[in-house]
Design a protein. Sequence first.
Length: 326
Amino acid sequence: MIFSREIGIDLGTSNTLVADKRGHIIIREPSVVAVDVKTKRVVATGNEAKNMIGRTPGSIVAVKPITSGVIADFDMTSDMLHDFIDRSSKRNMFTKTKVVISVPSSVTEVERRAVEDAVRSAGAQDVELVDAPLAAALGAGLPVFEATGSMIVDIGGGTCDIAVVSLGGIAASKSIKIGGNAFDEAIVNYLKKKHNLVIGENTAEDIKIKIGSAAPYDGEAAMEVRGRNLTDGLPGSVEITSADVRLILADCVDAIVIAIKETLQVILPELSADIIDRGIYLTGGASKLRGLNDVIQEEIKIPVIVPENAGDCVALGTAVKLKRAK
C-alpha cells in the first residue's frame, strides 16, 4: 500500500519553515548545517547547528547553504532538507512525498532547477515550486485568484520580494537583496568602523530585535554590546542606543521603500486603485522591524498591514497550494 505525505516548505536564507497540508507549522529552524570538514559528515542542522556558529572546533564548520534565497551549496541544502523532511512526519519505503516549496520571484530557471533537484535529492517524488510573494499572499489570506490587485512585500533574511498579484499570477514584481541579514550586516559594519569592535551575526541579530527600529518608538533604550576590540584583540564592550540602530538601518529601509515605489509605478491604473483600497501587506520575518510599516505608509501614502503571523505567511501559502492541488 502506498502512503502519501504532503508538506509545504519556505526555504529561507535565515530560516526554513515546514507546514503540513492543514496549515500547521511543524518545523521552524535556522537554515544552517554543521559539517565535519575532515569526514564531510553532517553533524547537525537547524537550531543545533546555529548554536555552533562561532563556537565550533576547527574540524566543524557551520554552513549557511542558502544565500539571498538561492542555493549556494547544493549538497548541504539537500542534506538539510532531507533531515527536515524526515522530521516532518513518519514515513517508510512505501511513502510518496509531495513538496510545494517557495522560491524568490527573481530566480533564474537554472536556480529554480537547483531547488527542485535538491528537494528530489532529499527524498521527494513530486515537487512544485511557487513564487515566494504569491505564497505569502496566499498565506496572508489575500484574494489571489480573483480579478483584483493585491500587493505583497515579503521581507525575509536575504531578499525583499515585492509583487502585485491578480488572477492567480504576478502582474508586476521586483526583488532586492535586502532583508534581515542586511540589517544585521549593517550593524556589524557600524560597530567595526565606529568603535573598532568585532561582533558575531548572532549578537547583531540580538541588537536588531531588542532595540532596532525604522522609526522612533516608545520605550527606546540602550544596550551594552560585547565583542573583540580590533585595537588590542582583547574583549571589549560599547553602548549602543535605539537611535544609533535606527540610523544604521536607514539605508536598508530606504532601499525597500524605493523598490516598492518602482513596482507601483509600472502597474495598471485599475490595479493601483485596488491596492489603495486594500493596502500593502508586509510579510516575512524582517517585516517585524519596529516602525517599518509606519515608514512605508508615510512614504507611499497607502495603508500598510502586517499580519499577526507575518513570518509564517510563505509557509502557510505553500500549504494552501497543496490543498488547491487536490
